[in-house]
Design a protein around this ligand. Structure first.
Ligand code: SF4
Length: 281
């Protein structure tokens, strides 16, 4: 079970919904803020001007005119079809999407206009949209997996779907004829990077038909360390020196990355995972 997070919700309008992105040609985010409330979230920077010091996960702005704005953007001659990352600074299938259905409303217009969708989510609500995504050549669906242990998962990603259910969504996607991949991480020192956790995640992924996986070591992007250190103080105070050493010292980082890469390779071999795991550093 997920632990339902209740953010302050504002309905807002946007001027543009398909924006240039470093991850793909474009990114589509129908929400500012994310109800999944992951402790390590890299997307905090995206709302720093609108929401200042308001803690991540406690607010979500819902871009209620997103489908309408998208239709207008797609009609412009200078909007060239390309790859679209869905979503880059929120989870497009966070719980509020059950009610608003904004991400869903954008999928078919994008596909019909010739865009290629690269989807990443932590929620099984994605399955609702398999009717649009199934059998399409220009679609790739990814699920993030971080913690095999559910008690830890709930502390780290409170309103994400349970990991076992995400794995099941990957299986169902493949069965529906959708190309799949996985995102493992972030693997946080002393928290989610244990051998036991890595082996359990990789073994679960070996039961799916993912084509490849990315693994991410934690990067201290804007706002991550204050949130993570507060979490550590509350839940794992004894780990603070270890986490700092792994994340802050240049030498520590190099050794850490080398060992992590090796451990992922070994776990994949042991589990019989054929898909390549690429470590993002
Ligand atoms: S699902 Fe993604 S965007 Fe949402 S809180 Fe987690 S890491 Fe951030």
């Amino acid at each position: 079970m997920s632990k339902e997070v209740h953010p302050e919700v504002r309905e807002v309008t946007c001027k543009s919904i398909l924006v240039k992105s470093g991850l793909c040609d474009y990114a589509l985010n129908c929400y500012t803020g994310c109800q999944n409330a992951c402790v390590y979230c890299y997307a905090r920077f995206a709302s720093r001007f609108q929401h200042g010091q308001q803690p991540w996960g406690t607010f979500v702005d819902v871009k209620v005119n997103a489908p309408e704005v998208l239709r207008k953007q797609l009609a412009r001659p200078r909007t060239y079809p390309g790859t679209v990352f869905v979503s880059s600074v929120c989870d497009g299938w966070q719980r509020l999407e059950e009610k608003y259905q904004l991400t869903r409303a954008c999928l078919a217009p994008l596909l019909e206009a010739g865009f290629e969708l690269h989807i990443l989510t932590k929620r099984t609500l994605l399955e609702r949209d398999f009717d649009i995504l199934a059998g399409r050549e220009r679609v790739e669906v990814g699920l993030t997996v971080t913690c095999a242990d559910e008690a830890l998962r709930e502390l780290v990603e409170p309103d994400g779907s349970p990991t076992a259910e995400r794995i099941e969504t990957l299986r169902r996607a493949a069965k529906a004829g959708i190309r799949t991949y996985a995102f493992i991480g972030p693997l946080m020192p002393g928290i989610t990077d244990s051998q036991e956790n890595i082996e359990a995640l990789v073994a679960a992924l070996a039961t799916t038909q993912i084509r490849y996986a990315y693994a991410d070591r934690l990067n201290l992007r804007w706002g991550v360390w204050p949130a993570l250190s507060a979490w550590l103080q509350q839940h794992r105070p004894n780990l603070i020196p270890h986490v700092k050493a792994a994340l802050w010292s240049a030498q520590g980082q190099e050794e850490y990355e080398r060992a992590l890469r090796q451990r992922l390779t070994d776990a994949a071999r042991q589990a019989g995972l054929k898909a390549e795991i690429k470590l993002i550093c």
